[in-house]
Design a protein around this ligand. Structure first.
Ligand SMILES: [Zn+2]
Length: 397
């Protein structure tokens, strides 16, 4: 494995072709005069390992440039060379004549390592290079060594299921560990030369992989005055109810302001979005629920109407707009609301397909105020609020 790693690094980083034995790590001061890497740097050992083998060059005699970024073209070259070395024991791929990276792109596509084009000359995001690297070696060479449950990586927002799976694969295989105590991935950040050195070492030498464990996120559920907050977010659903005397009497001011802004935003796009139901008191909800139950029966009423104390409308943070008809979703206003409400701090609280999690049928007209930051995260996650917060929405009886 060491021979193959040094071969790979030779191809990738040397200015002159030389054979090397890869050192295990820094046995002493590195034979470099780089002034921009230090023994306290997390990547120091990896850079020294590669450098001592003569494989990673500095940008100048005294500058390694650990922070310089990797492009997608460079990432796909690394992936292609890793794979060819793995499969064939040598690297015969070389730069293309017209476009230097075309041979690597073609090779990776032929093996299914990549299936689409990337913005080749742009800096690769961490999500992007992980997507490429996770497929660079067969799964049998990326066996899981770390216990990392789904949902444990804290900041994978707005990524496709495939990209998310790729990131988990590399975490579980010990190739990457994220940053900070919570092992955040920073998927939209760029990847640096120092990280590339470390990742290559771990990809090709299994003894270099990092062992660590993560646990599923724990959510803080507090009850204050009979009101339930999950991670500080007021929740009213089938599991968590509000006391009868929780009665803000109308929309909370920040929600009202956000609704006003949303309506103005829609108007600027030539659309009319307006509230048809906002705050509902405990007693009003009781009457509403009983009337639905009398018409449709309790079981059916429970699918679309909340029992008193369980309605989100009692929070002063929820609004029904325009029309309580499913067709609303297909109107210009319904389409605009789904696309833009998060920009104003709202989510579609009961999304299509979410009934098992939220306890309610799809309601394209019902929005819940969460603030711009959280609404953006929840929307981008593709999860219902219950799933995002790890809570249920089920009546006890
Ligand atoms: Zn509603």
């Amino acid at each position: 494995m060491k021979r193959t790693l040094s071969l790979l690094l030779t191809v990738l980083f040397t200015l002159s072709p030389v054979s090397f034995v890869l050192a295990d790590g820094p046995d002493g001061p590195p034979d470099t005069s780089f002034t921009d890497i230090h023994s306290s740097d997390w990547f120091y050992a990896d850079v020294v390992t590669a450098y001592n083998a003569g494989l990673i060059n500095g940008k100048s005699a005294d500058r390694f440039a650990p922070d310089d970024l990797l492009t997608y073209a460079e990432a796909v070259k690394l992936a292609a060379c890793m794979r060819q070395l793995h499969d064939e024991g040598e690297i015969t791929l070389g730069n293309g004549s017209a476009v230097w990276y075309e041979t690597y792109v073609t090779y990776c596509k032929s093996l299914g390592i990549i299936t689409a084009d990337y913005p080749w000359n742009q800096a690769a995001t961490r999500a992007g290079y992980m997507e490429i690297f996770s497929a660079a070696l067969p799964d049998t060479d990326l066996t899981p060594v770390n216990e990392i449950p789904d949902g444990a990586i804290p900041d994978l927002y707005g990524l496709s299921a495939g990209t998310t799976a790729a990131i988990y694969k590399l975490y579980r295989a010990g190739i990457v560990q994220g940053t900070g105590d919570d092992h955040a991935c920073a998927p939209y950040s760029s990847i640096q030369r120092c990280e590339v050195a470390a990742i290559l070492v771990r990809m090709m030498a299994s003894e270099k992989r990092i062992r660590f464990t993560m646990s599923a996120p724990e959510h803080r559920i507090e009850t204050i005055g009979g009101i339930t907050y999950v991670d500080g977010i007021l929740i009213a659903n089938k599991t968590y109810s509000l006391p009868a005397d929780y009665a803000p009497g109308g929309l909370l001011p920040e929600c009202q302001a956000a609704l006003d802004a949303l309506m103005a935003g829609a108007a600027a796009d030539g659309l009319s979005i307006y509230p048809i139901s906002t705050y509902r008191s405990y007693d009003y909800q009781a009457g509403l629920y009983e009337s639905y139950a009398a018409r449709d029966g309790y079981a059916e009423a429970d699918r679309y109407s909340a029992r008193p104390g369980h309605s989100e409308h009692q929070t002063g943070l929820a609004i029904d707009v325009n029309s309580l008809a499913y067709d609303f979703a297909y109107t210009p206003e319904g389409i605009w609301l789904a696309a833009h409400c998060a920009e104003y701090g709202f989510i579609l609280r009961y999304p299509e397909g979410g009934e098992a999690a939220t306890g309610y049928r799809y309601e394209p007209w019902h929005i819940r105020y969460l603030g711009v930051e959280l609404a953006g995260k929840v929307t981008a996650s593709g999860l219902t609020l219950e799933e995002y917060l790890g809570i249920t929405s089920v009546y006890r009886d």
